[in-house]
Design a protein around this ligand. Structure first.
Ligand SMILES: Nc1ncnc2c1ncn2[C@@H]1O[C@H](COP(=O)(O)OP(=O)(O)OP(=O)(O)O)[C@@H](O)[C@H]1O
Ligand SMILES: [Mg+2]
Length: 272
């Protein structure tokens, strides 16, 4: 089964889009270098802000006919076909494809209220085409709204990026509770919490080290920690250039940390 990674946290600005795009590009690269039979990765952007879409495709003006919005609004039978039609190549890598978000997703939640089977409107068509890809990576919006549920119900592996700030880490258990609720409530046993990713860590800041120590020592969170990404200005510069951090500066501290994370994820996929 194709792994579907979902980057999620209801907190804003914690590195969901940075991590989703970097992981997607990284997996495609590692698999290609390992000469895997299939190294294609699909990035699905479920956030109406369309940041992941913008940095990987150079556009954020996708709409009624060419975005995730079109898939969510399609007839059930037609949805897999529409999904295939809406996927675009990325600017980053021939093996990285993107199902773009649209600003219209903002209103889609209201439009989907009361529509039977609404939470499955990504999971169902995606399951029909996922085998074309070695992995799928889903970026979500900063809230546990219907759109995020739609992303999680399509997922197999939730990854929770979090900044090393006290109140953010206090909220972590509730994020984990929410993901567990979605697994149980929607009877989606394939969804597991695959990891906590601590982002924007500045080792010179005592508070960051303390919080990292607390997470490592925590009986639940410690086992889930899957990576630590340093605070690194190169990430913002890469975004401004619509480039991956790996391409912008392969030697940047954030590149090295994401390389390690991607290696861990690919190992778990059994791919290289
Ligand atoms: N490791 C890092 N070092 C420095 N800046 C970073 C790092 N990771 C992300 N950023 C910056 O932090 C900001 C937020 O990152 P990002 O957009 O990935 O977060 P997000 O969780 O997707 O935000 P939102 O909740 O709004 O969707 C961006 O300006 C990004 O360039
Ligand atoms: Mg984002």
């Amino acid at each position: 089964m194709t792994p579907v990674f979902v980057l999620t946290n209801h907190k804003g600005g914690v590195g969901k889009s940075t991590s989703a795009t970097t992981i997607a590009f990284g997996i495609a690269n590692v698999l290609r270098h390992a000469q895997a039979a299939n190294s294609r990765v699909l990035l699905v952007d479920t956030d109406s802000q369309a940041h992941a879409t913008l940095i990987t495709t150079g556009h954020k003006d996708y709409g009624v006919d060419d975005s995730l919005y079109s898939v969510l609004m399609a007839d059930r039978q037609n949805a897999p076909h529409i999904l295939t039609q809406c996927i675009v190549p990325s600017l980053w890598d021939t093996d990285l494809h993107v199902l773009p978000a649209s600003p219209l997703l903002e209103g889609a939640e209201r439009e989907l209220m009361g529509v039977a089977g609404a939470p499955y409107r990504l999971a169902d068509p995606l399951s029909k085409i996922a085998n074309l890809y070695a992995a799928v990576v889903i970026d979500t919006r900063p809230s546990f709204s219907l759109m995020t549920e739609i992303g999680l119900i399509a997922g197999t592996d939730a990854i929770v990026p979090v900044e090393p700030r006290y109140l953010e880490t206090v909220g972590l258990m509730s994020v984990i509770g929410k993901i567990n609720e979605i697994r149980e409530g929607w009877r989606h046993p394939n969804l597991r919490i695959s990891g906590i990713l601590v982002t924007k860590v500045d080792k010179r800041v005592r508070g960051h080290n303390d919080l990292l120590g607390d997470i490592k020592a925590h009986s639940v969170l410690g086992k889930l920690l899957c990576g630590v990404i340093p605070a690194n200005e190169a990430v913002s510069y890469a975004h401004r250039n619509h480039e991956s951090i790996f391409t912008y500066d392969p030697n940047a501290p954030a590149s090295k940390a994401y390389t390690q994370l991607v290696a861990t994820l690919v190992r778990r996929m059994g791919g290289a």
